[in-house]
Design a binder for this molecule. Structure first.
Ligand code: ADP
Ligand code: X2W
Length: 259
């Protein structure tokens, strides 16, 4: 049987709260076996944009990234957030290696083609250098990816962190039995977004389509679920959505997704 691998993504609301971030990193450092962390930081990018007088714009949970928004994304994701997380993990004896997709050319992307919406400098992933990633994992390093990729021609691209996590999980599923965890501030996918007690413990594709039809999911949850099913469709062993407690062995209050 293939060895296990955990690909864990944390979202902007956890990153924004330093106590929650420390709690998460402490749980993450205790996850056994090879692991990869992918972080967002959308909320921090939005607040820095506003401070700089740049109006942020999101469509269906994805940022419209003009040249100024891209600069903010690079500063926040690859700089402030990535280096803060790497340093905190090092203090927890977790040998983190901070990366964007451009580093060691691990993730290649293309600028999203303009269809009905022009997302600007947003990246769509085209390939992943699995061998390079495997070499990091085999030496005991813990890759920590921010939400940036590049096109191989010197252009950095803002790339949804949920998508980076699912594409990394898919690429590594040829070598590992991969579990993909989406960790955010709520305990799972909620039947009623205003009621934290309404966690849906299990969602299959049929249930997903009916949640979409009934408009029970919106904003950032739209790309998240899209990425979950894309991962399951492409050999990822297991996908879970929940809060920080999901990483603890005894926790069962989160959402598991299956085909
Ligand atoms: N049914 C739902 N259950 C849980 N969250 C939902 C749901 N529908 C919409 N959401 C929204 O999706 C958000 C999570 O998406 P997002 O902000 O992109 O997460 P992340 O923090 O991982 O980046 C939640 O904060 C919530 O406001
Ligand atoms: C293209 C695109 O939408 N990129 C995202 C990348 C950050 C991200 O995914 O952050 P969260 O996980 O905190 O939402 C953005 O700029 O918001």
């Amino acid at each position: 049987m293939k060895p296990a691998l955990s690909v864990i993504k944390i979202g902007g609301n956890i990153i924004e709260d330093s106590t929650e971030l420390s709690r998460f990193l402490s749980s993450f450092s205790r996850v056994q076996g090879p692991k990869i962390l992918v972080h967002g930081g959308g909320k921090k990018a939005t607040s820095l944009s506003e401070k700089l007088g740049i109006k942020p714009s999101m469509v269906k949970g994805r940022r419209i990234t003009d040249a100024q928004a891209l600069e903010v994304a690079i500063m926040v994701y690859a700089g402030l957030v990535n280096k803060t997380i790497v340093s905190k993990l090092q203090a927890l004896q977790c040998n983190a290696l901070g990366l964007s997709g451009a580093d060691a050319a691990v993730i290649k992307a293309i600028k999203r083609p303009v269809k009905s919406i022009d997302y600007g400098f947003a990246g769509d992933i085209v390939s992943i250098r699995t061998k390079t990633l495997l070499s990091f994992l085999e030496t005991g390093l813990v890759p920590v990816f921010c939400a940036l990729t590049d096109d191989g021609q010197g252009q950095l691209l803002n790339t949804n962190a949920d998508t980076i996590a699912s594409e990394l999980a898919i690429a590594l599923s040829s070598e590992y039995r991969t579990t993909l965890y989406y960790c955010f501030e709520k305990p799972g996918v909620l039947a009623n977004v205003y009621d934290e007690a309404s966690v849906i413990s299990h969602i299959n594709k049929q249930a997903y389509y009916s949640l979409l039809r009934e408009k029970q999911i919106s904003e950032g949850m739209l790309p998240k679920l899209e990425n979950c099913f894309h991962a399951l469709d492409h050999s990822v062993h297991k996908v879970c959505i929940g809060d920080i407690t999901m990483l603890q062995a005894k926790s069962s209050n989160f959402t598991t997704l299956t085909l």
